[in-house]
Design a protein around this ligand. Structure first.
Ligand code: SAM
Length: 332
């Protein structure tokens, strides 16, 4: 198995491009294992991180612009409004580490607010997207060093090439909601190791709210979210020699009240057989593959979760419509 995280900058280590190639090969094998195991299991499931290949990341960018998708515009507005206050608490930070950075579009607001910042370390599993975002940020922020790391943020044990210093963590877009409570706690504990004692962590977390707002955000009328979900099956076809007919599956978004989360499924529209890497899987009409969760938290629920992982709440902001929250935490 190759390293779980790899630097996209060849100058960090002479063997960086070899490590990246090894990471890519290991990632395809991890995808194959997740799909073959996940389709054999009941209920069927595939982990959500595999939604983000280059096509998935581009589709997610389209989702962020939809009128139904309130999280991105709300969090962006909040970063604009509370940037100075964030800087008051985290102004000493000289290194910004972002988990699941995607396009890094919102990050520029944070970078602009932090006077002492000299290094930005974005971590994402979507390699081409990460490299593009890194280039854009270098061009936009004079004097900023960008050290992109490609890999799974739940498994990163070191930040290759990142200098020592005061670290500020950033986890935006309520990506933490994709993790179960147990996974989120483990993630926060691991992030504590990576960021170090005394560091500050800014996390965007989606709030519980009415289903009239919540469901369309995950099932828009133009079908962009459906295309994002179905791309997972197309990715299986592209990378794992699969023969899914994406027209015979439908995107489905439900709210699980008991678990406080949106659940996304791909539902078979007919009885059918599908083959992946030579293995055959039968689907009955109505049978589903679980592809994503998006947990929703009250401010108090999230503060309790963060505290169990060693992070002390400094403050939390919500927007005027109570759609989204931004949590500022310190590692004690
Ligand atoms: C919901 S998007 C949010 C992107 C961005 N932070 C924003 O707010 O617009 C989730 C991002 O996390 C990345 N991601 C998801 N799971 C990951 C994992 N396990 N390790 C690293 N990156 C991951 C995806 O590639 C994607 O860019």
């Amino acid at each position: 198995m190759a390293s779980d995280i790899s630097s996209l900058l060849a100058e960090d280590r002479p063997s960086a491009s070899t490590a990246e190639a090894a990471w890519r090969a290991a990632e395809i094998e991890a995808f194959a294992e997740a799909v073959l195991d996940g389709l054999a299991r009941r209920p069927r499931s595939i982990p959500s991180r595999f939604l983000y290949d280059a096509t998935g990341s581009a589709l997610f960018e389209e989702i962020t612009k939809l009128k139904e998708y309130y999280p991105t515009r709300t969090e962006t507005k909040m970063l604009e409004t509370f940037g100075a206050e964030i800087a008051e608490h985290a102004g000493d930070a000289d290194i910004l580490v972002e988990f699941g950075s995607g396009s890094s579009r919102k990050t520029s607001l944070l970078i602009d607010a932090l006077d002492n910042l000299h290094t930005y370390v974005p971590i994402d599993v979507s390699e081409s997207f990460l490299a593009e975002a890194a280039k854009r940020l270098v061009a936009r922020h004079d004097g900023l060093t960008v050290k992109p790391l490609v890999g799974d943020f739940t498994r990163a044990r070191t930040l290759i090439g990142a200098p020592r210093g005061e670290r500020l963590g950033f986890f935006s877009g309520s990506t933490i909601g994709n993790l179960t409570h147990a996974e989120a706690k483990a993630f926060l504990e691991n992030a504590a190791q990576l960021l170090g004692r005394g560091s500050v962590f800014l996390i965007g977390v989606d709030l519980k709210k009415s289903l009239d707002i919540l469901i369309p955000a995950y099932d828009d009328e133009d079908g962009v979210t459906a295309a994002f979900s179905l791309n997972l099956l197309a990715r299986v076809n592209r990378e794992l020699d699969g023969d899914f007919d994406t027209r015979r599956f439908a995107h489905c978004a439900l709210y699980n009240e008991h678990k406080g989360r949106i659940e996304i499924y791909l539902e078979s529209l007919t009885d059918q057989k599908v083959s992946v890497r030579g293995r055959s899987f039968s689907f009955a009409r109505g049978e589903r593959i679980h592809t994503e969760n998006s947990h929703k938290y009250s401010v108090h629920e999230f503060q309790v979760l963060a505290s169990t992982a060693g992070w002390r709440p400094i403050t939390a902001w919500t927007d005027a419509d109570d759609l989204f929250s931004l949590h500022l935490l310190r590692l004690v």
